[in-house]
Design a protein around this ligand. Structure first.
Ligand code: GLU
Length: 301
C-alpha cells in the first residue's frame, strides 16, 4: 500500500473557519467546535470565517440558519468579514466540476441506490467507460478513486488514512437529482476562502482522506487538520438534532464557554475573569493548548 504525502500550506497567514450545517440550532457539541476553531485561529493571530453549509434544503431548518449566527454572537464569537452561504456558491461548484470533466477525471453514473446497496454502497466501476451521451437517463457525476492510501497527520489524532477504493469507492460529486455533493462544496469553498487550517469534529475525520484526494485532483494545497473529540450523550451518540440535543441556553453563555473549555481540557481562567464572555475568550486565546486536547471521544454531558 502506498502512502500519499500531501503538501501542507503553513507559510500563509492563518485562515480558519467554522462551517455549521443548519440542521438545527447550535448545541454544546457545536459550541466546542466553534470555540476551538475560534481559539486556534486567534491564538495564531489568524482570521476566523463563518460559512453556513446550507447545501441540502430538505435536511435543513430555516430558523437555524438565522439562529446560528445569533448564538455565536451571544457568546461573543465574532467572525471576520461577511458570513458565506453555500447555497449562493453553485457557480463555483459548477466551475470545479467543469475543471474535473475537462481533465477527464469524472464519469457519468446511472447506478441506482439499490444496485449500490448490494455492495455496501461501494461503486463497482461498472460505468467507468460510460460517456455523458451514452448515459441518456439522469446520471450522477463520479470521481473514480484508485487503490491507494491517502493519509495525513492530524494535530490531535496523529497519522490517519485509508484506502479510498476499499472504504469509500468512486465519489459522487453531483447527485443524479441535481445537488452538488458536500465533499465538493467543502473543498471548493475552503480553497476559495484561502482556508489553511481546519478545526472540526471527529465525526469528519474519516471524510478527510477523500477530501485530500479531491484537492489533489483540483490542484489545491491541503490545509492542516485538527479534529476534536465529540461530546456524546448517555447513549454514546454524538449530540445532534436527531437525538434531541438541547439548543445552547443563551442565558448562561459564560458557563457554556467554561464547560466547552473544560471539555477540551484547557486551562480555566480565575473566577474574577469569568464575568464576561470576552474575558473568558481572551484568557482562552492566550492559554490555548492543542497538546492538552483529549483524544477520548466519550465525553459525556
Ligand atoms: N458542516 C459540517 C457540520 O456541521 C462541518 C464541515 C466541516 O467543518 O468541514 O458538521
Amino acid at each position: 500500500m502506498r502512502l500519499r504525502a500531501v503538501n501542507l500550506l503553513t507559510e500563509k497567514p492563518y485562515t480558519g473557519r467554522f462551517a455549521p450545517t443548519p440542521t438545527g440550532p447550535l448545541h454544546q457539541g457545536s459550541l466546542v467546535a466553534a470555540l476551538a476553531s475560534y481559539l486556534d485561529a486567534h491564538h495564531h493571530h489568524g482570521k476566523w470565517l463563518l460559512r453556513m453549509e446550507d447545501l441540502d434544503p430538505p435536511r435543513e431548518d430555516k430558523a437555524a440558519r438565522e439562529l446560528i449566527p445569533q448564538q455565536l454572537l451571544a457568546h461573543d464569537l465574532k467572525w471576520h468579514g461577511d458570513m458565506e452561504y453555500q447555497s449562493h456558491n453553485g457557480q463555483r461548484y459548477g466551475d470545479a466540476l467543469a475543471q474535473l470533466k475537462h481533465s477527464q477525471l469524472l464519469f457519468p453514473c446511472t447506478c441506482s441506490r439499490k444496485m449500490l446497496a448490494q455492495h455496501s454502497g461501494l461503486h463497482q466501476g461498472n460505468c467507468h467507460s460510460l460517456t455523458a451521451q451514452q448515459a441518456d437517463t439522469p446520471h450522477a457525476w463520479r470521481l473514480p478513486v484508485n487503490d491507494e492510501t491517502w493519509s495525513f497527520q492530524d494535530q490531535v489524532y496523529g497519522d490517519y488514512g485509508h484506502n479510498l477504493l476499499t472504504t469509500v469507492g468512486d465519489q459522487v460529486l453531483k447527485r443524479k437529482d441535481g445537488p452538488y455533493a458536500y465533499q465538493l462544496a467543502v473543498v471548493v469553498d475552503d480553497e476559495h476562502a484561502g482556508i489553511n487550517h481546519v478545526v472540526r469534529g471527529l465525526d469528519l475525520l474519516d471524510n478527510t482522506p477523500r477530501q485530500l484526494y479531491l484537492m489533489a485532483c483540483l490542484n489545491y494545497d491541503a490545509p492542516r487538520y485538527l479534529h476534536l473529540p465529540l461530546i456524546l450523550n448517555p447513549q454514546g451518540q454524538k449530540l445532534s438534532k436527531q437525538n434531541q440535543a438541547r439548543a445552547l441556553d443563551l442565558t448562561t453563555t459564560q458557563q457554556n464557554l467554561l464547560d466547552a473549555l473544560r471539555f477540551l481540557n484547557q486551562p480555566l481562567p480565575p473566577t474574577e475573569l469569568t464575568r464576561h464572555n470576552q474575558q473568558i475568550l481572551n484568557w482562552a486565546i492566550t492559554h490555548w493548548s492543542v497538546p492538552s486536547i483529549p483524544t477520548s471521544q466519550a465525553g459525556l454531558i
